[in-house]
Design a protein around this ligand. Structure first.
Ligand SMILES: NC(=O)c1ccc[n+]([C@@H]2O[C@H](COP(=O)([O-])OP(=O)(O)OC[C@H]3O[C@@H](n4cnc5c(N)ncnc54)[C@H](O)[C@@H]3O)[C@@H](O)[C@H]2O)c1
Length: 278
């Protein structure tokens, strides 16, 4: 039986680990070849280690083990020229582009907005908002050129639909992603290119499952662990969960990328265990 993305090519940012890797693997399982980029080095204001070249190589191996082709590049999504060079080279190798997943993102800071440093703010907006715009700007000419239409998925957050304290710069960037999504959807609709955003709740990746976040969730404890964080996480949701897995987001992204969603565009899709109900 043909896969849901058979013969298609997907360009994914932040693909070395976490949700980006899950998207690459899930799409490859459904027949897509993958152009996978990741910064693979540190951004100073980010407290947790970002991905490294070995992580990106592991994603590539996982795709190859599914008998799909993969093109990788170490690229910072803040660098438009480098992004364009990478996606151009990937499309040169694979011959087409059908799907863009603008997934790369960071968490930094942890202050109220009035105490957020300019450095934290600037890095956040540069990666989590401008980087998303640059990703689509670099990739979409190839989808347009193909003349077959396509699907673009922008990774926002529940924090793109409602506010959380102590992370206002993140919330501002993720709300901005919704504005990008809606504008791209309007501008690209006539070419049969659909644009949607996904809004994950807490996801079990290094961006969430780390010590600074555990301390933010449980300032009352000296050494909080995952189980301590889960108690607070459960209060955020309608379903009895503290977080979801990267594969839960990948299934939603795959749906939006596939022809099953052929008339869905301009939608903000929460994958949030009912967090937005609260
Ligand atoms: N984990 C969560 O709880 C959660 C919740 C909602 C939304 N999100 C969003 O999901 C997306 C994926 O995050 P994740 O949970 O997989 O975290 P993660 O830290 O595991 O993965 C993020 C990846 O993006 C890469 N990256 C960061 N900055 C980059 C840049 N400038 N250029 C290229 N690559 C860069 C990192 O190296 C890393 O591999 C992010 O946009 C994040 O904001 C995460």
């Amino acid at each position: 039986m043909a896969g849901r993305l058979e013969g298609k090519v997907a360009f994914i940012t932040g693909a070395a680990r976490g949700q980006g890797r899950a998207h690459a693997v899930r799409m490859a399982q459904e027949g897509a070849d993958i152009i996978a980029v990741d910064i693979c080095k540190q951004i100073d204001s980010v407290l947790i280690p970002l991905a490294n070249p070995e992580d990106l190589a592991e994603t590539a191996d996982l795709v190859k083990n599914l008998d799909r082709r993969v093109f990788t590049a170490e690229v910072d999504t803040r660098d438009f020229d480098a992004l364009k060079a990478a996606v151009d080279a990937g499309v040169e190798e694979f011959g087409r582009l059908d799907v863009i997943v603008a997934n790369a993102g960071i968490g930094n800071g942890g202050q109220t907005l009035d105490k957020t440093s300019e450095g934290d703010w600037d890095d956040m907006i540069a990666v989590n908002l401008s980087g998303v715009w640059k990703t689509v700007k670099a990739g979409v000419p190839h989808i347009i050129e193909g003349g077959r239409g396509g699907s673009i998925i922008l990774t926002s957050s529940v924090g793109g639909l409602k506010a959380y304290p102590h992370t206002g710069h993140y919330v501002a960037a993720k709300h901005g992603v919704v504005g990008l999504m809606r504008t791209f959807a309007v501008e690209l609709g006539a070419q049969n290119i659909r644009v949607n955003s996904v809004h994950p709740t807490n996801v079990n990746t290094p961006l969430f499952m780390n010590e600074p976040t555990m301390r933010l969730f449980r300032p009352d404890l000296e050494n909080p662990g995952p189980e301590d964080m889960k108690v607070v996480g459960q209060m955020m949701h309608t379903l009895p969960i503290g977080w979801v897995e990267p594969e839960d987001i990948a299934n939603a992204v795959l749906f939006l990328a596939s022809d099953e969603a052929r008339f869905i565009t301009g939608v903000t899709l929460p994958v949030d265990g009912g967090s937005c109900l609260k």
